[in-house]
Write a protein that binds this ligand. Structure first.
Ligand code: AGP
Length: 608
């Protein structure tokens, strides 16, 4: 994710901005830039690469001026180039802007501004905001910004300065932005770590709010220009905690980031009745119509995402799908041809087995689509098309937010292929888009059950085994829940198809073997899952069920109930997995495990 730092005060801005930007490097980025105002002179420096490298090349910290903005960019619109790095300017060069987020209606605004004679230097959505402010600027910067913001659709955290104004304007919608209050100086930042060394007094901007900062004052307004008052909060974190956003571990922070991650992953890729990924999937409609088979190759949690993807694609796009362990696929001389699409799923984009499987498939003539979280990774670079999960860096070794983001990308591909192949009528596409848009808020509501889930973990953290059961599209979630528990708490846990349990594993059932069952409502196997639960209960098993909110049946027969909201059957996995992630996390913490760096594990398995 991009990072923003801004400063206005009595000190030189550049060293403060660069120090702050370095504290945001954990968010992941591919270019960086800074702009300061030295009296009326605008000084801009930006380039691709890491901050250290850029600083060595063009020296970022010795710029004059005590007003400035800086940015580390994680490319979404526009390639990784110096021109696309932030800050961006308007035609006059007097208005400077940095942005985190995605402007969904940028192409229509860009053509409108071009018709009015505006000249663009970059491919980014951000640059149109600078020109929009210029278009509305009549001498009052705040008024011009408010008018420009009213035209924007999508997410933004903005830092804006003008060479003729001693002020710094911040604006926020969906992408977080914090105001830091100092003594004779004020700051803006995407996240606490960047300003923690300078102030612990912060104000959190809410959606559709702006702040006007001078060195001695901060004023907040809504988009109608109405003044707003806000409490100044005191940050109690130390620096390391700040990178974890105040959470005890990165894993917990990343679990809680999922609603925002899903919003970012769908941002700019949806219209009310359409999925807009045609410029990311470099397959013509003809090639998509000719796809005879899809093979998904991945490892671990990404392989579980592939299993969910198989249900999605076969159900909605009617294309046969096989899901393969990448490590197996690469050695079995697979049958692949030009009408086969291979989807490689990988958070790191560096997993050796997945990369090798991709190369094997490519050699045999398959078209390669990859779903990765790290731009410029090996799998990204060797694929014909890449659709990025916009999860931001996933620091915890146990994958959580990348997994749900992978499921969203698979869903987008599914709906897009279904539409192109003519098997998903427009009304169906509209409904599928509507279901997806509901997810971030629904995920947020599951996260609010956090304390309740923690209580359940307390009852089970001393166990030595566990069984996770699921059917249909929830079977991969049973596997994922079991893997989460295994890898962070070291408890042996097994995921199993609920119906298969009576063909062997049922021998394991006793009161010491907790059984987690995903029993969400669907019109396919729900009743069968109830029977499977009865089979466990009749052998003295203890059952923790993941149920649909309002379910009256399951709670009569199980010992513990964890609820998730109802969505379409095919999106339930994105909700059902959250209680399992939290359960695994709290069990591991209660067992004193190193949650973010579990023993024996690597975040990216770059060896065979
Ligand atoms: C997931 O929690 C594990 N850390 C592991 O299974 C991981 O999913 C697997 O190694 C694949 O990694 P990738 O997604 O980076 O390719």
């Amino acid at each position: 994710m991009c990072g923003i730092v801004g400063y206005i005060g009595n000190r030189k801005a550049a060293p403060i901005l660069i120090k702050g930007l370095k504290k945001l490097e954990y968010r992941g980025y591919d270019s960086a830039g800074i702009c300061t105002l030295n009296d009326k002179e605008v000084i801009i420096k930006k380039d691709i690469g890491k901050i250290e490298e850029i600083d060595k090349k063009i020296s970022l910290t010795n710029l004059e001026g005590n007003i400035g903005i800086s940015h580390c960019r994680w490319a979404t619109h526009g390639a990784v180039t110096k021109e696309n790095a932030h800050p961006h300017t308007d035609c006059s060069g007097k208005i400077l802007i940095v942005h985190n987020g995605i402007i969904e209606n940028y192409s229509e605004l860009k053509s409108e501004l071009e018709k009015k004679g505006h000249k663009f230097k970059s491919e980014t959505d951000t640059e149109i905001i600078a020109h929009l402010v210029e278009e509305n600027y009549k001498g009052n910067l705040k008024e011009a910004v408010l008018k420009a913001l009213k035209r924007l659709e999508g997410s933004y955290a903005l830092g804006i300065i003008h060479s003729e104004h001693d002020e710094l304007i911040a604006a926020r919608n969906e992408s977080p932005l914090i105001i830091g209050m100092g003594d004779g100086e004020n700051f803006i930042s995407s996240d606490v770590p960047a300003i923690l060394g300078d102030t612990k007094k912060v104000v959190y901007l809410d959606n559709k709010e702006i702040a006007v900062l001078t060195k001695d004052n901060v004023e907040l307004f809504d988009l109608d220009g109405k003044k707003k008052d806000k409490k100044v909060e005191e940050i109690e974190w130390n620096a390391e905690q700040a990178q974890k956003g105040g959470f005890e571990h990165f894993m917990l922070k990343e679990i809680f980031e999922q609603p925002q991650v899903i919003s970012e992953t769908i941002n700019g890729r949806l219209e009310d009745s359409d999925v807009l990924i045609n410029d990311e999937i470099k397959l013509s409609e003809k090639e998509i119509k000719e796809i005879k088979r899809i093979i998904i190759v991945a490892c671990g949690t990404s392989w579980h995402a592939g299993l969910v993807g198989e249900f999605m694609i076969e159900e909605l796009a009617k294309i046969p799908v096989e899901v393969e362990y990448a490590s197996e696929f690469r050695y079995r001389d697979p049958i692949v041809d030009k009408n086969t699409v291979v989807i490689a799923i990988s958070q790191s984009g560096e997993t050796a087995d997945t990369l090798a499987a991709l190369r094997e498939a490519k050699k045999k003539g398959a078209k390669i689509i990859s779903i990765v979280n790290v731009k410029g990774s090996s799998i990204d670079r060797e694929s014909d098309s890449t659709i990025y999960t916009r999860a931001g860096p996933e620091i915890g070794v146990a994958s959580t937010k990348a997994f749900t983001s992978q499921l969203v990308v698979l869903y987008l591909i599914t709906v897009y292929f279904g539409k192109v192949k003519g098997v998903l009528p427009a009304e169906q596409v509209r409904n599928r888009v509507r279901d997806l848009r509901k997810l971030p808020l629904q995920m947020q509501s599951v996260l609010e059950e956090n304390d309740y889930i923690k209580l359940h973990a307390k009852q089970f953290y001393k166990k030595t085994n566990a069984l996770y059961l699921g059917r249909g599209i929830n079977y991969p979630i049973a596997l994922e829940g079991a893997l989460k528990l295994k890898e962070v708490s070291y408890i042996h846990a097994e995921g199993y198809p609920a119906a298969e349990m009576k063909h062997g594993p049922i021998a394991l059932i006793d009161k010491e073997m907790p059984v987690v069952v995903i029993a969400t409502k669907d019109n396919i196997t729900y009743k069968k899952v109830l029977s499977n639960i009865q089979e466990v209960k009749s052998r003295g098993g203890v059952v923790i069920a993941i149920e649909s909110k309002g379910d009256e049946e399951v709670k009569k027969i199980v010992d513990h109930n964890l609820y998730v909201p109802e969505n379409s059957y095919i999106l339930t996995p994105l909700l059902a997995v959250i209680p399992l992630q939290l359960f695994a996390y709290y069990v591991a913490v209660m067992r004193g495990c190193d949650v973010d760096r579990p023993r024996n594990l690597a975040k990216a398995v770059c060896v065979e």
